[in-house]
Design a protein around this ligand. Structure first.
Ligand code: GLY
Length: 369
């Protein structure tokens, strides 16, 4: 069992990583609180596997607990599902001493966190992430929110969890496609921050894809450390430090939206990372050799494989421009200035972006099978 204590945005957060931590959720959480009501939120895929043991453990610890299950999928990050959670919270009269627990992936974490951020102007929440993406990225740093019909994550709040309980054994039940998609965020952390971690991914590809327990334990701990280091410096994404975590996301979000969210977030981000790496190479920030290393790494995890639904530059550019309109500024590209180093640039020509997307659609790497 590994325990890390962080302070994000002036709020303490304890991260516990260990086999079986979900079954011990009640005793872990009740160590720092007396009584209170709890709403556990999960989705229709995860609830039968992991929400029941969490609820049982909370009840055994003397907490009054109710379970709300939302449909699995991105569509649950909606005002309708949020309103249903508020109805549940009102019905159980959850007061300021109560809290919410998210058991699931990024969607459940974002939705539950936003409900916690806004119910009674903010109550505590705990995340039990069960997907790779949620474990390595979404559970750390307090980004919560729902989608608006004009774009992803447009409604939200920074609200730090008080506890993050990570049970690596949950990852073993993931479908291969979800495992691979989640690993895009781990590769992202390595590429923007830690060359040694890039080499580690290259060397550990087989045990990572095989979900080897010791390897996954190390992968989780290293990702939590990288994400926490970045978020402690810039919890509310104001100084540009945290914005580097958006590497691959400008094009990634555009693909996600243009495909109606049918592709996995990580699949879209992986494609966006290869394209952003190519942009970095064209701007002279990366050598051709370094770009090829980035592309080969990402594709070696079965990612950034173009599929029919990935759209052309013409379609993607309107979504990229939509982002620009919302931010009322130029597109801020997160690029690589080396392996394990990143920069933000807002002076990238459209022609460079168009060529980078076209080249990413037509890979030369041997890993495209
Ligand atoms: N996933 C990017 C961030 O937390 O800032």
């Amino acid at each position: 069992m590994k325990v890390f204590n962080y302070t994000f945005d002036r709020r303490p957060c304890r991260v516990t990583i260990g086999d079986g931590v979900l079954r011990m959720a009640g005793s872990t959480i009740s160590r720092c609180r007396r009584g209170g009501k709890v709403l556990v939120v999960s989705d229709s895929n995860v609830a039968p596997l992991y929400a029941d043991p969490v609820c049982r453990s909370l009840r055994e610890a003397g907490l009054e607990c109710r379970l709300a299950v939302v449909p699995a999928g991105e569509d649950s990050k909606s005002s309708e599902r949020l309103a249903e959670l508020y109805d549940e919270l009102a019905d159980m009269r959850l007061g300021r001493d109560g809290f919410l627990v998210a058991v699931g992936g990024g969607v459940v974490g974002d939705l539950t966190g936003f409900a916690a951020a806004t119910w009674l102007r903010g109550v505590d929440f705990v995340i039990c992430p069960t997907s790779v993406m949620a474990v390595v990225d979404a559970s750390i740093g307090g980004k919560t929110g729902i989608n608006h019909h004009t774009g992803k994550n447009l409604i939200g709040a920074f609200h730090q969890p008080v506890e993050v309980l990570i049970d690596p054994t949950c990852l073993r039940t993931l479908e291969r496609r979800d495992l691979q998609a989640g690993l895009a965020e781990s590769i992202k952390h390595a590429l923007i921050e830690d060359e040694g971690f890039v080499s580690w991914h290259e060397a550990q590809r087989e045990p990572i894809l095989g979900c080897h327990p010791q390897t996954m334990g190390e992968l989780i701990a290293r990702n939590v450390a990288i994400k926490a280091k970045i978020v402690t410096q810039d919890a509310r994404e104001q100084s540009g430090i945290r914005a580097r975590l958006n590497f691959g996301h400008t094009i990634g979000h555009a693909i996600e939206a243009s495909c109606g969210y049918r592709l996995r977030h990580g699949e879209c981000v992986a494609f966006g990372m290869v394209a952003a790496s190519r942009i970095s190479q064209v701007l002279g920030l990366l050598s051709e050799e370094q770009h090829e290393r980035v592309e080969a790494l990402i594709r070696s995890f079965g990612l950034a494989v173009p599929v029919g639904e990935m759209t052309s530059y013409e379609t993607l550019s309107s979504y990229i421009a939509g982002d620009k309109k919302v931010a009322a500024s130029r597109v801020r590209w997160v690029l690589l200035s080396g392996i394990g180093r990143s920069v933000i640039r807002d002076d990238v020509d459209e022609a460079v972006v168009r060529d980078a997307i076209a080249l990413t659609h037509a890979p030369r790497s041997p890993w495209t099978c």
